[in-house]
Write a protein that binds this ligand. Structure first.
Ligand SMILES: Cc1cc2nc3c(=O)[nH]c(=O)nc-3n(C[C@H](O)[C@H](O)[C@H](O)COP(=O)(O)OP(=O)(O)OC[C@H]3O[C@@H](n4cnc5c(N)ncnc54)[C@H](O)[C@@H]3O)c2cc1C
Length: 381
C-alpha cells in the first residue's frame, strides 16, 4: 500500500504551490486531481497581483495579500529555476481609473483608504495618466497609480509551479476523484476515491477550490460557493498598454509589451452554480468596460473567450489551516485572490505541517469560524 506524508487534493495554483513548498521540505507529497491538473479557476484567472481590497469585506485580507506580494519575486525565481518555465511575472504597477460619479471625491477616498492600509497609491493628473497610458479613454475623470502592483500569466505560472513541484519530487496524479475523507475517529488517515480505493497519508490538505463544499466531511468547515467570472482575450494592434488598467466596471491586463499585444479583459461576478458558460450578456459587460477604459480596443480582435469558477466563501475570506480533525488542513476559498495569495498560502501551510507554528496570524481565516457561526445561529433567541 502506497502511503504519503501529505496528500494534497486539488491541482490548481494553491495545491501546486503547497506541493512545491512541501516537496522542497523533503516530504513525500502527492497532488490528486479528478481531471488533468490546472484546468479550473487557476487556468481562468486574469493574473493581477493586487492586495487592494475590492470591497469592505476584503479589508482583513490586506495583510495577507501584502505579505504574499512581497514573497512573489523569490517565489517566481524558485519556480522558474526549478521548472525551466516562465511565469509572465511583471512589475510596474496598475492604474485605477474613475470614469463615473464624483470622481475627485472618489479619488481622495481611494487614496486615503489605500494609504491607511499601508498600500502605495499616488493620485495622477489626467494628462500624466494619459502620458503613461496613451490608450486611456476620454471618459476617464480621475486616476491613481498603485505602483507596487504586479501581474502574472496564470496559465504559465500554474504550469510552472506544478512542474517545479514535480521536479522537487511531488507525485502529480490526474484522474483521481476524491469523494470523501478517510477518517479513523477524529483523525484523517487519507482519502477515498470514486473507484473505491483509500489512499493513505499522515496529513491531507484540501485545495479543491469551489468544490471543497462537495466533500461531505469538509463541507462544515469549507462552505465554498462557485462565483463565475467571464473573460476575453483581445489582440490589440494599437499603442501597447503598459499597466494593468482597472475601473469600477472592469479591468485590462496586458500580456507582453510589443504590438500586436494580447490584452486580457474581465470580469463578471455571477452566481450561476457550477455552470461554466460564456454568455452574450457577460461578454457585453466586460467588453463595454474595456472599451470605455481604452476605446482603441473596440478595433481589437477577440481571440478567446472563457470563464472560470472562483472559490467564494460566505464572508469573502479564504479558509486556511487545521481543524478539530487531526491530520486535516484546509487551503481553499481564495475567491478573487488565489493567484496573489499562492506564495503566502504555501508558506503558511508548509510551516504548519512541518513546524506546527505559523509566522503570520491566520486566526481570521480558520475553517473553524464556520462551525462557530453555525453554533451561534443555533442558540435560541
Ligand atoms: C475569471 C477569474 C479571474 C480571476 N482573476 C484573478 C486575479 O487577477 N488575481 C488573483 O489573485 N486571482 C484571480 N482569480 C481567482 C483565482 O483564480 C482563484 O482564487 C485560484 O485560482 C484558486 O485556486 P485553487 O487552486 O484553490 O482552485 P482551482 O484552480 O479551481 O483548482 C481546484 C482543483 O481541485 C480539483 N478538484 C476539485 N474537487 C476535487 C475532488 N473531489 N477530487 C479531486 N480533485 C478535485 C479541480 O479539478 C481543480 O483542478 C480569478 C478567478 C477567475 C475565475
Amino acid at each position: 500500500m502506497k502511503t504519503y506524508d501529505v496528500l494534497i487534493v486539488g491541482g490548481g495554483i494553491i495545491g501546486g504551490s503547497i506541493a512545491f513548498e512541501l516537496a522542497q521540505r523533503k516530504l513525500r507529497v502527492a497532488v490528486l486531481d479528478r481531471q488533468e491538473l490546472m484546468l479550473e479557476a487557476s487556468w481562468a484567472a486574469a493574473g493581477m497581483l493586487s492586495p487592494a481590497p475590492d470591497c469592505p469585506a476584503a479589508i482583513p485580507l490586506v495583510p495577507l495579500g501584502r505579505a504574499s506580494l512581497a514573497l512573489y519575486p523569490k517565489f517566481v525565481d524558485a519556480v522558474e529555476d526549478a521548472s525551466h518555465l516562465r511565469s509572465g511575472y511583471r512589475t510596474g504597477g496598475a492604474l485605477e481609473v474613475i470614469c463615473h460619479g464624483d470622481a475627485e471625491r472618489e479619488l481622495s477616498t481611494l487614496v486615503a483608504l489605500q494609504r491607511g492600509l499601508g498600500l502605495a497609491c499616488e493620485p495622477l493628473p489626467l494628462d500624466e495618466a494619459r502620458y503613461m497610458e496613451p490608450t486611456l479613454g476620454r471618459d476617464a475623470r480621475a486616476a491613481a497609480l498603485l505602483p507596487d502592483e504586479c501581474s502574472v500569466e496564470p496559465r504559465a505560472l500554474t504550469s510552472a509551479v506544478l512542474a517545479a513541484a514535480g521536479s522537487a519530487g511531488a507525485a502529480l496524479c490526474p484522474g483521481i476523484d476524491v469523494i470523501a475523507l478517510a477518517l479513523d475517529g477524529k483523525k484523517c488517515i487519507g482519502v477515498k476515491t470514486s473507484n473505491g480505493e483509500i489512499i493513505h497519508a499522515e496529513q491531507v490538505v484540501l485545495a479543491t477550490g469551489c468544490w471543497s463544499s462537495q466533500i461531505p466531511e469538509a463541507a462544515p468547515y469549507a462552505p465554498t460557493i462557485p462565483v463565475r467570472g467571464q473573460m476575453a482575450a483581445l489582440r490589440h494592434s494599437g499603442t501597447p498598454i503598459r499597466h494593468v488598467l482597472r475601473s469600477e466596471r472592469g479591468y485590462l491586463v496586458p500580456r507582453g509589451s510589443e504590438s500586436p499585444q494580447i490584452v486580457v479583459v474581465g470580469s463578471t461576478i455571477e452566481s450561476a452554480g457550477y455552470e461554466k458558460r460564456v454568455t452574450s450578456g457577460g461578454l457585453e459587460k466586460i467588453l463595454s468596460a474595456a472599451n470605455e477604459l481604452a476605446p482603441e480596443l473596440a478595433k481589437a480582435e477577440i481571440i478567446e473567450t472563457w470563464c472560470g469558477l472562483r472559490p467564494g466563501t460566505p464572508d469573502q475570506l479564504p479558509i486556511l489551516g487545521p481543524v478539530d480533525i487531526d491530520g486535516l488542513v484546509f487551503a481553499t476559498g481564495h475567491y478573487r485572490n488565489g493567484i496573489l495569495l499562492a506564495p503566502i498560502t504555501a508558506k503558511l501551510i508548509g510551516e504548519w505541517i512541518t513546524e506546527r507554528r505559523v509566522s503570520l496570524d491566520w486566526e481570521a481565516f480558520s475553517p473553524l469560524r464556520f462551525l462557530r457561526a453555525g453554533a451561534d445561529r443555533s442558540v435560541p433567541a
